[in-house]
Design a protein around this ligand. Structure first.
Ligand SMILES: NC(=O)c1ccc[n+]([C@@H]2O[C@H](COP(=O)([O-])OP(=O)(O)OC[C@H]3O[C@@H](n4cnc5c(N)ncnc54)[C@H](OP(=O)(O)O)[C@@H]3O)[C@@H](O)[C@H]2O)c1
Length: 245
């Protein structure tokens, strides 16, 4: 029976991951900011077969609460086989350009809060010498683009952090995984027009679980984003600066 901790558990992608583990009878520890959504999820996951579902509330920007939050989760579960960090917000890029406090808020939610939580969790898992840590970052972190570079820079910061963490924790048999989704049809992207490149959160959740179980360190989701991002990253800056993306 697996012990799974999910931060940002009410995200559409995280919810689908939780369902996959519930079917297998896992013990789930869910952390999110909305207690009503969490209670609904708790009931649903028990019906789906979870052995136990415990919940806790957090706000990503309340950094002072992170250590106690992580410690409580580890104490409640005893040991954590898999930790997934999924929370995030998609900012209005233009607003961030006009208001530096908004830009900082978005960097805090998408970047700094994740690094803060990872730091506490990594120190515990390093001592226990087991388990896996997965973070949902984004293809947006691969290259800064004018349309979303505040969000992209926060995600890119987390991806670089994960690279180093992965190398450090490899020595302690703790597996670190960076999941980079492309376009996924979730509440975060509800206002966007959908097209062929869009994936649904169920498909992405399956990729996440599969990658956790195969001890991968890194995955685009779906995989075809590897090709797209390889092309985007290879465009010389002098040309890239002339296109609108
Ligand atoms: N959708 C995409 O196309 C896409 C692509 C690449 C990467 N991603 C990343 O995938 C992850 C999951 O997003 P999603 O697409 O599943 O979107 P979603 O369903 O809108 O989920 C976003 C989650 O972040 C939580 N959240 C936002 N601000 C928070 C804060 N200040 N404190 C605590 N929790 C906060 C939300 O809580 P509430 O439920 O309370 O609102 C929700 O659980 C995010 O990290 C996102 O950046 C998404």
């Amino acid at each position: 029976m697996k012990n799974i901790m999910i931060i940002g558990a009410t995200s559409a992608m995280a919810k689908e991951v939780a369902k996959l583990y519930a079917i297998e009878g896992a013990n789930l520890y869910l952390i999110a900011r909305d207690s009503e959504k969490l209670t609904r999820m708790q009931d649903d996951l028990i019906v789906r077969g979870a052995q136990s579902v415990q919940v806790n509330i957090f706000d990503a920007e309340n950094f002072d609460s992170h250590q106690a939050l992580i410690e409580e989760g580890f104490q409640t579960l005893g040991s954590v086989d898999a930790l997934l960090i999924a929370h995030g917000s998609l900012p209005d890029q233009e607003r961030c350009q006009e208001d530096s406090l908004k830009a900082i808020e978005e960097i805090n939610i998408n970047g700094i809060s994740v690094i803060s939580l990872l730091t506490h969790a990594a120190n515990i898992m390093e001592k226990k010498k087991s388990g896996s840590i997965t973070v949902i970052t984004s293809v947006a972190g691969d290259r800064g683009r004018q349309s979303n570079y505040v969000y992209g820079s926060a995600k890119g910061m987390v991806s670089i952090f994960l690279q180093g963490l992965s190398q450090r924790l490899n020595k302690s048999s703790v597996h670190v995984l960076d999941i980079k989704p492309g376009f996924v049809d979730t509440p975060m992207t509800s206002k966007f027009e959908k097209g062929v490149l869009w994936a649904d959160p169920i498909a992405v959740a399956k990729i996440i679980k599969r990658r956790i179980e195969s001890n991968s360190n890194f995955s685009y989701a779906p995989g075809f984003w590897l090709l797209i991002m390889t092309i985007i990253k290879s465009v010389p800056r002098v040309i890239f600066n002339k296109i609108s993306l």
